[in-house]
Ligand binder design. Sequence first.
Ligand SMILES: Nc1nc2c(ncn2[C@@H]2O[C@H](COP(=O)(O)OP(=O)(O)OP(=O)(O)O)[C@@H](O)[C@H]2O)c(=O)[nH]1
Length: 337
Amino acid sequence: MTTQKVTPIYILSGFLGSGKTTLLQRLVNYWQSQGLLPAVIMNEIGDVNLDGLLVEERVPMTEMLSGCICCSIRGDLSMEIAGLIQREAPDVIVVEATGIANPLEILDGVTEAALYIKIDLKGVITVVDSAHLLELYRNQKGKTFRLMQEQIRAASCLILNKTDRVDHDEQELLAGVISRWNAYAPVLSTVRCDVEIPDVLESLGNDSRLSAVLQASSQEEEEVGGNNPHAHQHSHEHGHTHTHHDHVMVYTHYLSGPVDSGEFESFIANLPREVYRAKGVLTFSDTASRFLFQYAFREPDFLRITPQGEVPDVVVFIGEHFSKSTLEQGMRALEKA
Ligand SMILES: Nc1nc2c(ncn2[C@@H]2O[C@H](COP(=O)(O)OP(=O)(O)OP(=O)(O)O)[C@@H](O)[C@H]2O)c(=O)[nH]1
């Protein structure tokens, strides 16, 4: 057998819609500009990978859909990593977890791959939506707040993103809060994850934070008796919280045809607050091109796209305790209009 090279692996963490894919694109572009071949493992809780549309076709990509790699399909992650390395021999791999993933569990899945393939886990980069964190911090409760806290604690580098959606004082407040939760990771404030990528990569060079996190993760395993995906929420002396995801719902609606852009926008403006993330591909009856639609923490965004290959018109809604049938009726009404 030939000596395998060691493949560096980066984990992208951060709540739904915080900007992980935006950062992923920048990382991929940077590595390509250095003449390297990056590969991507994308994990989505829905059954369509729309983020994949934002990644160039020549970037090898493995999709892990319809489940969260930190629980229901965690065992598959190490296999995916090994398979990707054997097939594509990439120079570097990025794992983009679902926004509801607990980073400690992903670290576990990645380190499992190290048992049978040469990898070098570089660290966890956590992207934070400033406006969203600010709201949760002010309320100081809820599963999302605890999960975001956990994602921040596990980071080796923190990207405080969407600073355009908070004012200067709020940004300072958030930077302080984040540093209290995680005193080790450097915090980089950004709009659209616009950072000097070498700064991010260099900041991961110091791996003392990563070892601390890995140690906490393995101690936790021992305490809770191993990999129990349905473990109910519990905290203990390390202050880590395992959140189970039974409460997160996904509704995927395939559209039968074009819809009116104005009507769609007002439908989105009136989404129940329980829907905290949506994305899709749409054809509007009043415009010629197709659009990639995004909705994150109540902010909609439309990007003109020309998808490669066959891509259906579809909208995926993610949230908690919302009525799927109400959304379905709303979408059907748009189709009929
Ligand atoms: N206002 C604002 N919007 C941003 C910023 N960064 C990203 N966005 C938008 O936020 C939305 C979500 O960004 P993504 O990069 O897809 O977020 P994500 O974390 O990959 O989302 P999931 O994969 O669903 O968890 C998109 O519409 C982005 O254009 C920012 O700094 N400010």
